[in-house]
Design a protein around this ligand. Sequence first.
Ligand code: FE2
Length: 212
Amino acid sequence: MNRINTLSDLLMEELAELFNIEYQLVQALPKMAQACQSSALKTVLEGHGGVTKIQAGRLQDIFSNIGQNPQAVICRAMKDFIGEGEYVMKELEKSTIRDTAIISVMQAVEKYEITGYRRACEHAADLGHTRIVELLSETLIEERAMNLHLNELAQLMINDQAIDPSPKAGSGGFYIPKGKFNRNRIKRKRNNTDLSRFISEGNPNSQDPQER
Ligand SMILES: [Fe+2]
């Protein structure tokens, strides 16, 4: 029998899925952080591991506030993203290329989470659940900040790969000719500054169109 018949049922399903997403990430993020070559990426992933535990706790608060237990839902999409991350860690050696691939996986994760939290926020607002909207919005701000961190790191990784004038076979052909290389060096310097700002302060007011 279909257990989702109302918007309220749908919201409960969405919250249960978000809870499972955070649970899966709490397990996966420390492993991904350990697999990174870049200390900046490792710091960002470790930091987000701690934030993810808080986000799972927030969802638990929501369920206890409304007097319900989360349904036993497994988010298959998140399972696939994490499977992709495990594949990257197994098949690639510790390198900038592996870091870049880990960032790609995490960018997909963040976009999925942002979409899920936005949808749940909208449904909670439609149902007049003000407190749920407030709690979900806090997480949404954190996910958007993480998405920005990853975008910055992705740019740094691309620029690092531009330094190698003779990429090894199978590196993905990231060689960039000298003229472009020089421009990237300048850009990298600027991004380094931006990155440390984001790591220390975060950016909760992101209007970054790339996260959409
Ligand atoms: Fe999260």
